[in-house]
Design a protein around this ligand. Structure first.
Ligand code: TRP
Length: 459
């Protein structure tokens, strides 16, 4: 990520010059995994599985990752690497170089708006994780049962002051990192912390096997009841595939813009998708045994992780330390994602206004923070403020995941598959005839048709 820092510096000075590159292949992959793995995997995935009724959702989600998500990551990186600029200018540039119209910049612009909307509620959940880190440290999980776990969580939600305080801390941390420029330290820390998060999750899965409900959890996650499947579930699975891979809002276009020509996009994309999916499924295996062993409701929604995991930490040996470690790592994973959400907005302000990097970060942060207040009040004072029948939190979440991300991702894949010179794309992907054949089918037909069919079905 050191490369990104110099790159942004170059941005600040010379408007939109071609910028620097990632220091190494592994540095790039780590940054991409850092963006992808976050609250989406550990907080959002399990509760969406629960709300959608289990394995049918999981299998559709896996299909969306492989057949739609993967080609779109590759497409976004490919665009970014050609343009070598911020998402909006990159789209303008690559479209112009290929004799295509200005309209394609909408992909970059829509993405940047989505980033702003997502971060506002993402930071509220990051705040929950901070609050739970404090609870874990204070020993609140020792001897906790399912009722006290529920009370602990509902107490947090009912208290706008506490939510606001933690949301503010999370936003401050995000702005701090982005304002300073993304440092080498972060790359090194990510390299260490992501695997550590995986290990702690595995310990929790281990505990899950002793609850007597592990089999039920595996069944719930992997044995589909197709009667649970409807267009709403499919749209949720598609939206979540975009959310969890950080697609459809220019983040991956931006990351690709720092790439060198010699990186194997297909392999790198597969690495990111596999790492991301593994963490999400492991989180599911850690959470659902607790849900079933305690007779909790899998469809209880966004609080699921926060009322189940404390039960594990309360029972397991060394639970206090593990609890603290887990929430610290979760916050770290959330931060490596939230900085990737703030970055496009900051870059835009930096390049289009006279403000420098620090001022841009502060302004973008403040605007996001303010919108986040609307999201956090959805859980208490404004719970009955409904827009299109949704509270502000749900509206922000659904508008972005179910609509904006898939729409922008669709634009990216259609652009690469249909509007770029095919031979040059083959060179960029460096695939043999069979691989390129598969790419063509997925990118030209399967992925776009999939997104369109899901939109259509849900109208
Ligand atoms: N992928 C992250 C997660 O799962 C969230 C995220 C970061 C994101 N950057 C994004 C989602 C860009 C959509 C687009 O927690």
């Amino acid at each position: 990520m050191a490369a990104i820092e110099t790159a942004s510096g170059a941005h600040a000075m010379g408007a939109v010059k071609v910028h620097d590159h990632w220091s190494s292949r592994i540095g790039f992959i780590i940054a991409a995994v850092g963006s992808a793995v976050g609250l989406g995997n550990i907080w959002k995935f399990p509760y969406m599985v629960g709300q959608s009724g289990g394995a049918a959702f999981v299998l559709v989600y896996l299909g969306c990752i492989a057949l739609i998500g993967l080609p779109i990551i590759i497409a976004e990186w490919l665009i970014g690497r050609r343009g070598q600029k911020n998402p909006i200018n990159t789209m303008a540039e690559v479209a112009r170089a290929n004799g295509r119209g200005r309209g394609w910049v909408l992909i970059g612009a829509g993405g940047t708006l989505a980033a702003f909307l997502i971060l506002s509620f993402y930071s509220v959940i990051g705040g929950w994780a901070l609050a739970y880190l404090a609870e874990a440290g204070a020993g609140s999980f020792t001897g906790i049962d399912k009722d006290s776990a529920a009370t602990l969580f509902s107490g947090l939600l009912a208290n706008p002051g506490r939510l606001l305080a933690w949301h503010s801390v999370f936003m401050l941390l995000t702005v701090g990192v982005v304002a300073m420029g993304v440092s080498t330290g972060l790359e090194r820390a990510t390299k260490l912390m992501m695997p550590a998060l995986g290990v702690i999750l595995l310990v929790m899965v281990g505990y899950g096997t002793t609850t007597g409900s592990f089999g039920a959890a595996v069944d719930y996650l992997f044995t589909p009841d197709w009667s649970k499947l409807d267009s709403g579930v499919v749209l949720a699975a598609l939206g979540h595939a975009f959310f969890t891979l950080s697609l459809g809002m220019g983040v991956m276009i931006a990351y690709g813009s720092y790439l060198r020509q010699d990186i194997d996009l297909v392999r790198a994309a597969a690495t990111v998708a596999v790492a991301d999916t593994t963490i999400a499924l492991t989180a599911g295996l850690a959470i659902f045994p607790i849900v079933f062993a305690n007779g909790l409701d899998p469809s209880s929604g966004p609080g699921l992780v926060f009322v189940t995991l404390p039960l594990t930490f309360g029972k397991i040996a060394g639970g206090l330390v593990l609890g603290v470690l887990f929430f610290a790592l979760l916050i770290f994973a959330a931060l490596t994602s939230s900085i990737s959400l703030l970055e496009p907005v900051v870059e835009l302000l930096e390049e289009r206004t006279p403000m420098g990097r620090i001022a841009s970060s502060v302004v973008a942060g403040l605007a996001t923070w303010a919108l986040g207040i609307g999201a956090l009040l959805s859980f208490n004072a404004w719970s009955d403020v409904l827009i299109f029948g949704q509270n502000i939190f749900d509206l922000l979440d659904k508008l972005t995941s179910k609509f904006m991300l898939p729409a922008c991702g669709l634009g990216a894949i259609v652009f690469v598959a249909w509007f770029l010179d095919r031979e040059s794309v083959r060179k960029d992907l460096d695939l043999g005839p069979v691989g390129f054949g598969i790419w063509n089918v997925l990118a030209r037909y399967v992925a776009p048709a999939g997104v369109i069919a899901v939109f259509w079905g849900s109208l």
